[in-house]
Design a protein around this ligand. Structure first.
Ligand SMILES: Nc1ncnc2c1ncn2[C@@H]1O[C@H](COP(=O)(O)OP(=O)(O)OP(=O)(O)O)[C@@H](O)[C@H]1O
Length: 360
């Protein structure tokens, strides 16, 4: 496969607000024609990063390149980068058609009415808004507003679209549907989408590339599989919300945790010693069962059905909550009794051990 060149590149970008460093020396290159998810907790700097790329903010230090050109000093309206706001920011008094046409009518280029009509109709079709052209935003649903916001950006034919929590205002059902649609629309137009989200599920489901932002730094980027299977630090593992994390001490080739010493197979450099085992690798056994690895006694609290899997919550003697994710494709889940003691165990080869003493 030919390696695609980057659509944008950030070189040492730093943005400060007074004493606060919102973006801290970010160097990142984004591939063309991909769906990129930018995942991070609240306050990580996700919106700041989008605003700097869009040109609504200037970096204090560093340069921004877009399609091979340094755009750091170029005003936002000359960058040719699209932005979809979380609250959609539609003009309430304009129809769906005129909201979508707005950028074409008021842009730098003088575009004939007939051509504007053609381009708007093409977008209306693409995002599935046919028949709603004459309504105003108050007369359409949240999902339809989201489509207008997207169409209004895409009609300008940007090569890069920045989407700030685009599904945040939608209910869970619609969010799932729009995830698929956003991916399909992007593929049809061959543009790059940079989608900001605080949801690890959304980031992993949507991104061809996922970049994880924490305290103003990109701490890992890769395919969803790489991020999911091999988080590079305990912080990434924590954001993914798919790992049981245990404090302890890594020494020689063993991790000493609340389950005693366990051989450490996959070891990663990290500022603190933490043992990570995925929810779906953790199993609950009855006392006396043969275990695949360490033994961690825990009391069953409750289960939650999530469609394709059942998550069971257990509590250890030191009041730590541990999750067990049983995928229903592996058969029916066990019926645990609330308050009863079980033994949690896993194959230690599936664990990731983060430690100060690991080789960098
Ligand atoms: N204009 C501003 N003035 C001062 N501080 C700001 C400004 N904009 C952002 N910040 C601060 O910069 C940090 C990063 O903010 P940002 O909005 O980029 O985070 P975020 O990851 O998008 O968060 P969220 O998911 O909650 O929207 C925060 O601590 C925020 O308070």
């Amino acid at each position: 496969m030919v390696q695609s060149e980057s659509i944008f590149r950030l070189d040492g970008v730093t943005r400060r607000f007074g004493a606060l460093t919102a973006l801290d020396d970010i160097t990142f290159e984004a591939p063309q024609n991909e769906y990129i998810s930018l995942l991070g907790p609240s306050g990580a700097g996700k919106t700041s990063l989008l605003r700097v790329i869009a040109g609504f903010e200037s970096p204090d230090v560093g340069r921004i390149h877009f399609l091979g050109r340094d755009i750091t000093d170029l005003p936002a309206h000359k960058r040719g980068i699209g932005f979809v706001f979380q609250n959609f920011a539609l003009f309430p008094h304009l129809t769906v058609f005129e909201n979508i046409a707005f950028g074409l009518r008021n842009g730098i280029d003088d575009i004939a009415d007939a051509q504007i009509g053609d381009r708007v109709r093409e977008m209306v079709d693409l995002v599935g808004l046919s028949g709603l052209e004459d309504r105003v935003p108050d007369q359409i649903s949240g999902g339809q507003k989201q489509r207008v916001a997207l169409a209004r950006t895409l009609v300008m034919q940007p090569k890069l679209v920045l989407l700030d929590e685009p599904l945040g205002a939608l209910d869970a059902n619609l969010r799932g549907r729009m995830q698929t649609e956003l991916r399909q629309i992007r593929e049809r137009l061959n543009v790059t989408f940079l989608h900001v989200t605080g949801s690890e599920t959304e980031a992993l489901a949507m991104g061809d590339t996922v970049a994880v932002l924490d305290r103003g730094r990109i701490i890992q980027s890769g395919t969803p599989e790489q991020i999911h299977d091999t988080p590079s630090s305990s912080d990434v593992a924590l954001f993914l919300n798919r790992f049981n994390l245990f404090d302890g001490k890594l020494s020689a080739d063993a991790f000493h945790g609340p389950f005693g010493p366990v051989p450490a197979a996959n070891v990663c450099q990290n500022p603190t010693d933490i043992y990570a085992i995925r929810y779906d690798r953790t199993k609950a056994f009855r006392k006396g069962d043969t275990l695949p690895g360490p033994a961690l006694p825990a009391r069953f609290l409750a289960s939650e059905y999530l469609g394709s899997s059942v998550i069971s919550f257990f509590e250890t003697a030191d009041h730590k909550q541990v999750e067990v994710d049983h995928h229903l494709s592996f058969g029916d889940p066990d019926n645990y009794k609330v308050g009863e003691e079980y033994v949690l165990s896993w194959d230690p080869r599936h664990a990731i051990v983060f430690g100060q003493e690991a080789a960098a």
